[in-house]
Ligand binder design. Structure first.
Ligand SMILES: O=C(O)CCC(=O)C(=O)O
Ligand SMILES: [Fe+2]
Length: 207
């Protein structure tokens, strides 16, 4: 899938990636993420990236029912397989990263029902010295680092888990060190689960 991602890139399918910062009044401002480029693969990419598209459709159809059968009555997150969005992102080698953010900070105020962020890393030759770890900022200052090693996958709540991507190493430049990841966001069918104050992760802040 890394090869397919590189081929999509050489077909000009990646664009500068941006994020939104939310100020105290709740207003969102866009800013570019330096050295990060993204592509939203769709059916038209099938010829170039068939494995990626099969993978995406397998996650979208199989992950929600697998998760949903495990919830109990109090915590039924009702992950949906009716809709999704997916993004292939490359974070360039040589010092690029993502600032601390929450994927779905605004939630229902902007009609965003994304609940689960699922990421698969496409970096089979990753070594720890390349940097680019995903860092999840949990309660009580607990931070969990996930190296973006090929084949590793991580999932977290889109509406409440602050996370960042550490800079890729400035000493290791070159295409072979570019950090590829595919992210799939799954919404919930139960909108009460978005920014649910009863969630054990409610109220985590970006600091
Ligand atoms: O690639 C990663 O590890 C995280 C990406 C991310 O945070 C995002 O796309 O919102
Ligand atoms: Fe994110």
């Amino acid at each position: 899938m890394r090869e397919e991602s590189i081929n999509l890139r050489s077909h000009g399918r990646f664009e500068q990636s941006y994020s939104e910062a939310i100020d105290a009044s709740g207003k969102a401002t866009r800013f570019d993420k330096a050295g990060v480029f993204a592509c939203e693969p769709d059916g038209g990419d099938y010829d170039v990236a068939p494995t990626l598209l099969h993978y995406m459709s397998t996650i979208i159809t199989q992950l929600p029912p697998m998760l949903n059968e495990n919830w109990d009555a109090q915590t039924d997150y009702s992950i949906s397989n009716a809709a999704f969005n997916a993004k292939l992102a490359v974070t360039s080698s040589g010092g690029s990263g993502y600032p601390l953010h929450i994927d779905n900070p605004q939630g229902l105020t902007v009609g965003d029902t994304r609940k689960l962020t699922f990421i698969l890393y496409l970096n089979p030759s990753h070594s720890p010295s390349q940097g680019g770890d995903l860092v999840l900022h949990l309660r009580d200052g607990v931070k969990v680092s996930v190296p973006p090693a090929g084949g590793s996958a991580v999932a977290f709540w889109s509406d409440c888990i602050p996370h960042s991507v550490m800079e890729t190493s400035k000493e290791m430049e070159g295409e072979e060190y570019d950090r590829y990841a595919i992210t799939i966001w799954l919404p919930t069918d139960d909108i009460r689960m978005i920014h649910d104050p009863a969630s054990p992760f409610a109220g985590l802040k970006l600091d």
